[in-house]
Ligand binder design. Sequence first.
Ligand SMILES: [Zn+2]
Length: 144
Amino acid sequence: MNTDTKRFEEIHYDLAYHGESSDIHTQIIETISRLPKKVAKFAVENCCFISVGEAIYGIALPGRIGTKNTNLRRTTRNAWIIVLSENCNEKDIHSIIAHEIAHAWRKDDRLARPPEDCEIQTANLTRDWGFTGCGSDADYCNSF
Ligand SMILES: [Zn+2]
């Protein structure tokens, strides 16, 4: 078994994905396998991925919104829910997934008040990780 296949299987085993798209599931695994090692570990351990049809491109939300009991807040302090569209094109999807992982990595809480330049910083970080596509394009990401 080659190292890529082994890495994919390890990520597949540990990944939290809730959704019905096997394409997105595979694309999340491919994206995580391309991240710097410490970011990949963070993504597998702290992020829960959800895909929701074709409603939005993606957003990273703090994990506390997924818990009923506010006493659980401590355990969700660095947990993230990453919501992904099932309608992204092939050339952009990995950069969009990496972009949302980057928001979580940076702890951009978009239910509160994230830094004003967070879209630019997040797109640049995604580009630094080696991704190309709209998720790594600062001008594009800052235009929303
Ligand atoms: Zn963003």
